[in-house]
Write a protein that binds this ligand. Structure first.
Ligand SMILES: *Cc1c(COP(=O)(O)O)cnc(C)c1O
Length: 382
């Protein structure tokens, strides 16, 4: 659950560097290479920046991805600043401002994902390349296993079929170039569910466009209860190969976030206090969900490894609830998880903290110090 490089860093950091985020960019590169190898060579792989915009993470992914999906002007500027070589960018997200659209055009965005008829009007007569983000009805049950559904029902994301048809009509006579369709309908789907949705999106697009691009979005499932499990990239790749053969005039693109970076980050902290309340054990660690909000937002126990410091264990083989320093009962990182041993002063490394972790958390609540950030596995300089 923790790579030897990340564990060595977690164990040797000085106390005053805690809490700390540790990213293993070599492990990330290995994983991205595996994902890339599972996909057909002509399927494009973009990384959804919002999952983790850490500069070292973005740079480590560069050799393995065809581009980056950005969801705001801020992300767009950030990727341009920290990733060398002007990678391809796809700019999506609801509520793009006129300023953001101008920035996207000025920065040479490869694809703009149009989310509404208003956005299309804002583009006016600009000769730029767009995909229409569609919110399609999918067969009952297709999104059943999704952790979050952005489509298949009324919502603020993309264009429903009627709005999409109106945009397509407008685009027939517009200098704005319609390059294809974008769909990101759900998050947390396993490979068979992803493929079932992809087939429906492809059929819809192919009934309306003779050729073009199909961005199938992200949302590949990450299972926090089974830290060693991975999304079924091989089965997914095989399914995309079949889909590509069925629709040879379309270029397929995917843009995962979580399933690329979740596994490369650890939130490392130490146990400040161990106590019992009505017989149950609680460990209070430095920091908390204002640094790592993921378990609260997703409703899971964040998996962790105890890195003992050679102290006499105060708990052995018993369930413990690991909480942070916030004055709220919601500040729970893991509830009633059995530990072999635990003592005040032990370090705890929370795994799967490489996506939607630091950057989705409410950092300033209670004004505790911020974590420090560390990168391991980076290629030697020079
Ligand atoms: C968030 C997002 C993604 C990435 O989703 P993951 O669940 O992290 O894979 C991809 N595309 C769009 C449009 C998104 O909003």
């Amino acid at each position: 659950m923790i790579t030897p490089r990340a564990a060595a860093c977690a164990e040797t950091l000085p106390d005053d560097a805690l809490p700390a985020y540790v990213h293993d960019v070599a492990a990330l590169a290995d994983h991205a290479r595996t994902v890339r190898a599972a996909l057909p060579a002509d399927v494009e792989l973009y990384y959804a920046t919002k999952a983790n915009p850490d500069a070292a993470v973005l740079r480590a992914l560069a050799p393995h991805v065809d581009g980056y999906e950005v969801s705001s002007g801020g992300e767009l500027r950030h990727v341009r600043r920290v990733v060398p070589g002007r990678p391809r960018l796809a700019f999506g997200g609801p509520g793009k401002t006129p300023q953001e659209l101008r920035l996207a055009l000025a920065e040479g965005t490869h694809r703009l994902h149009v989310e509404s008829e208003r956005e299309l009007r804002l583009l006016g007569t600009t000769a730029t390349d767009v995909l229409l983000r569609v919110n399609l009805p999918v067969r009952d049950g297709s999104l059943g296993g999704a952790a979050l559904a952005m489509g298949g029902r009324p919502g603020p994301f993309g264009l429903d079929p009627a709005a999409a048809e109106r945009c397509m009509t407008l685009l027939r006579t517009s200098p704005v170039r319609l390059r294809g369709i974008h769909a990101h309908l759900a998050s947390g789907l396993d490979a068979p569910a992803q493929l079932a949705v992809a087939e429906q999106v492809a059929a819809w697009a192919a009934a309306r466009l003779p050729a073009g691009e199909l961005n199938l979005g992200g949302g590949m499932a990450v299972d926090y209860r089974h830290p060693e499990a991975r999304f079924g990239w091989t089965a997914y790749g095989a399914g995309l190969r079949r889909l590509a053969r069925q629709y040879p005039s379309f270029t397929l693109r995917v843009e995962p976030g979580r399933a690329l970076t979740a596994y490369c980050g650890w939130y490392v902290t130490d146990v400040l206090d161990l106590k019992r309340s009505y017989g149950e054990a609680f460990a209070v660690v430095r920091g908390g969900t204002h640094h790592l909000r993921t378990p609260v937002t997703k409703g899971h126990d964040q998996p962790f490894t105890v890195l003992p410091r050679g102290l006499r264990p105060q708990l052995t083989d018993e369930p413990v609830t690991v909480v942070g320093q916030l004055c709220t009962p919601k500040d729970v990182l893991a509830a009633r998880v059995r530990v072999e041993r635990l003592a005040v002063g032990d370090r705890v490394a929370f795994a799967m903290a490489g996506a939607y972790a630091w950057n989705i958390s409410h950092h300033d609540f209670l004004m505790h110090p911020r974590p420090t950030f560390h990168v391991v596995g980076a290629p030697a300089a020079g």
